[in-house]
Write a protein that binds this ligand. Structure first.
Ligand code: GDP
Ligand code: IMO
Ligand code: MG
Length: 428
């Protein structure tokens, strides 16, 4: 079972980090393939809590090699801070490999992200402000700075100057911000480059050679299907492809080498930032989910918008990513509800939709049609076998499985590594 992709099936923060960590000890490589430090993945191992932004969660598993693929955008200050913090906590980061084709987030990207959001006012996306969108825009515009550019000072200077010729026009003339000098960017990047150089590897070759030798590669998704720039709730999305196809383009591993695609789904739904969210609860129930689930962003600390499970959202992700399995997280948070509504269809201007509608306008106008499933009152955080779950909790899982059309192979019953009910092995 060599190539396994982990993909978020909602709007992020489903527990991808925990699910990845679950498999960490059994995989040889753990690769981030898209996004940057807009991600925040929380892991709880032996009572210790870790928050990853750029490093693959597999870094906590000493036997797996952590890799940052070409599809990732890297803020080097954040990367080194994360490495330093983990190293001071006794985690070995020395095996980290970084693609020479990955793009670099610079201070002008962060500035552009913040000023465009401020300028957009009511039309803002609610980005994480980490410079993600502007860095991917430069990549697509063929004016990005890549890891490999850091090792040729003259070439780097030319690229930065070319980028700043354009950025300074925009920053100074439109947004009334200060002019950025090429020197300040180049000097900072060259200093970081020196530290980065030993980690830079032909990651395409490394991963494909590994697969040839029968090694197991886990592709750790960030963000989620509905934040995907192609498949998500555009324009309220991130600027990359967190979906399964992004794992191939973001690492240089071809689709025929992928054996499993594991969709991570929260037992309810959350979203951070702007954009449509049919099952959102702006009431006490939403507040209770937020409090019980600790639904505050790992990256920005923003309260997450909360709502009931939306089967159409997860089914759409299951279809477009060809999920082989779903890992359902945070089932423990639903203990104590008498009835749990599950969205099984939408009403869009008087018309029933059993599948996610094709257009954003229709999706934005969707009113959920709920089915009420019986809840359970027991604390399930100590359950380790499916049969140990209360029958009503088992029924909830089975109903979601039917609605999504994909088997639920793992169930999270708490934040710790061991608080998991495995129904089917995720690797064999
Ligand atoms: P990610 O971005 O998809 O990795 O998810 P985040 O780490 O941003 O958010 C998920 C949150 O839920 C984190 O605080 C996790 O520690 C926590 N978590 C993950 N799985 C479970 C679970 O099954 N139960 C509970 N109670 N918490 C969980
Ligand atoms: P993980 O990996 C939740 C959201 C932002 C915003 C939109 C665009 O932890 O699941 P960006 O900064 O990417 O340009 O912001 O995407 N967003 C996330 N929401 N979890 C994430 O990552 C996210 N990464 C980006 O809130 O709405
Ligand atoms: Mg997160």
């Amino acid at each position: 079972m060599p190539g396994i992709i982990v993909v978020g099936s909602q709007w992020g923060d489903e527990g991808k980090g925990k699910a990845t960590d679950q498999m960490g000890d059994r995989v040889d490589f753990c690769v981030r393939y898209s996004g940057g430090n807009n991600a925040g993945h929380t892991l709880v191992v032996d009572g210790e809590k870790y928050a990853m932004h750029l490093l693959p969660s597999g870094i906590l598993s000493p036997t797996s090699t952590p890799v940052i693929g070409n599809g990732v955008v890297i803020d080097l200050g954040v990367l080194f801070h994360e490495i330093d913090v983990l190293t001071s906590r006794g985690v070995d980061c020395s095996q980290l490999k970084v693609s020479s084709n990955a793009h670099i987030i610079t201070s002008y990207h962060r500035t552009m992200d913040k000023v465009t959001e401020r300028f957009a006012g009511k039309r803002k996306i609610g980005t994480t402000g980490r410079g993600i969108g502007p860095t991917y825009s430069d990549k697509i515009n063929r004016m990005g700075i890549r890891v490999q550019d850091l090792f040729d000072p003259e070439h780097l200077r030319q690229k930065v100057e070319a980028a700043l010729d354009q950025k300074n026009q925009i920053l100074v003339k439109i947004y009334n911000r200060r002019h950025i000098e090429a020197d300040e960017i180049v000097d900072e990047l060259l200093a970081y480059g020196e530290r980065l150089q030993p980690m830079v590897t032909d990651t395409v070759r490394l991963l494909n050679d590994g697969l040839d030798e029968g090694k197991i590669v886990l592709f750790e998704g960030a963000q989620a299907h509905h934040l995907d720039v192609d498949h998500g709730t555009y324009p309220y999305v991130t600027s990359s492809n967190p979906t399964a196809g992004g794992a191939c383009t973001g690492t240089g591993v071809g689709p025929t080498r992928i054996d499993r695609v594991i969709g991570i789904a929260k037992a309810y739904t959350t979203r951070v930032g702007e954009g449509p969210f049919p099952t959102e609860l702006n009431n006490e129930a939403g507040e209770k989910l937020r409090t019980d689930g600790g639904e505050f962003g790992v990256t920005t600390g923003r309260p997450r918008r909360c709502g009931w499970f939306d089967a159409l959202v997860v089914e759409a992700a299951a279809t477009a990513n060809a999920f082989t399995d779903v890992f359902l997280t945070k089932l423990d948070i639903l203990s104590g509800w008498d009835k749990i509504p599950v969205c099984v269809a939408y009403d869009v201007n008087g018309v029933r939709h059993d599948r996610q509608p094709m257009s954003q306008q229709e999706f934005a106008a969707a009113t959920p049609i709920y089915e009420e499933v019986d809840g359970w009152s027991e604390d399930i955080s100590g359950c380790r076998e499916f049969s140990e779950l209360p029958v009503k909790a088992q029924d909830y899982v089975k109903r979601l499985e039917e609605l999504i059309g994909t088997r639920i192979s793992g169930i999270g019953v708490g934040p710790s590594r061991e608080q998991t009910v495995m129904v089917h092995d995720l690797i064999d």
